[in-house]
Design a protein around this ligand. Structure first.
Ligand code: GLU
Length: 280
């Protein structure tokens, strides 16, 4: 069993991250598996080296350890480009030059992860790509190319069981997702993350319920790319020791602020309801 904690270094880790990391390591320990750390730093406009350094510090302070070297997404742009080419030669991605304003003007509708793209550039050939264009998955073509999709296994508390990919819901809620960002050329989360799960042979994707809705898109991509579909485990968002959601102010408070207040890693475990797990 291989799982991972994959934070983005775009701010300090807070209690929600601590809960996620502790859950990842607890599940790996229980299964005598491996917990990897991956730095998802491919949003070049938001990732900062000082936040990455702080992630190492905060996780070590919590008593967590991971195999080195740590995979950093910013070092793998060529791998993402090569993998995206495999979709391009099958006609499953297309270049898109639409700005947000244009998308709204063309009738973009609100989805669960932002605006659903109205399809203005769909059908454009890759040869027509201009510097700075985004790259989008043609979701309808991708679903057709993938054929019948396998059920995927979820072991998290809220939705444990086997789930089918609901193609109609994907079309409605996501439309054609961006795989390469406009202007910066950064690889988007929805492509880089499953790419790396495969590259790192992750068998169990453990993460928060906030990412549950993206799971069918992961499965679709995994099938398209011939990557094994891992087991998913979406944990609840951080709660206090009695199972209540923590107040927003506590959720967003940096872990370092608790440390500076003299709180211990055990206090953090107690605060997020994981006391007794992974004592150091
Ligand atoms: N990098 C993502 C985040 O910070 C997490 C990715 C995942 O666990 O699937 O929210």
């Amino acid at each position: 069993m291989i799982t991972r904690f994959a934070p983005s270094p775009t701010g300090r880790l807070h209690l929600g991250h601590a809960f996620s990391a502790l859950t990842v390591w607890a599940l790996a320990t229980a299964a005598e598996g491996t917990a990897l750390l991956r730095i998802e730093d491919n949003d070049s406009t938001r990732a900062r080296p000082e936040y990455e350094t702080a992630i190492y510090e905060d996780l070590h302070w919590l008593g967590l350890d991971w195999p080195e070297p740590v995979r950093r997404q910013s070092e793998h742009a060529a791998d993402y480009a090569a993998a995206l080419d495999r979709l391009a030669v099958r006609g499953l991605v297309y270049p898109c030059s639409c700005s947000r304003g244009r998308i709204m003007a063309e009738g973009g509708t609100p989805g669960i992860e932002g605006i659903v793209y109205p399809g203005t550039c769909r059908g454009r050939a890759m040869e027509s790509a201009r510097p700075g264009d985004a790259l989008r998955l043609d979701l309808g073509a991708a679903l057709a190319a993938a054929g019948p999709l396998p059920g995927y296994t979820e072991t998290g508390p809220r939705h444990a069981g086997t789930h089918a990919v609901d193609a109609a819901a994907l079309m409605r809620d996501f439309g054609d997702p961006i795989y390469r960002r406009r202007i910066t050329g950064d690889t988007a989360y929805l492509f880089a993350c499953p790419h790396d799960d495969h590259a790192q042979q992750v068998t169990h994707v453990v993460r928060g319920m906030d990412l549950w809705t993206t799971t069918p898109l992961f499965v679709l991509l995994q099938v398209l790319m011939d990557w094994p579909v891992p087991v998913f485990h979406h944990h609840e968002l951080v709660t206090d020791g009695t199972g209540r959601r923590l107040a927003k102010v506590d959720q967003s408070r940096a872990l370092a602020a608790y440390r500076d207040d003299g709180r211990t890693p055990d206090d953090i475990r107690r605060l997020v309801g994981l006391q007794g797990l992974l004592r150091t």
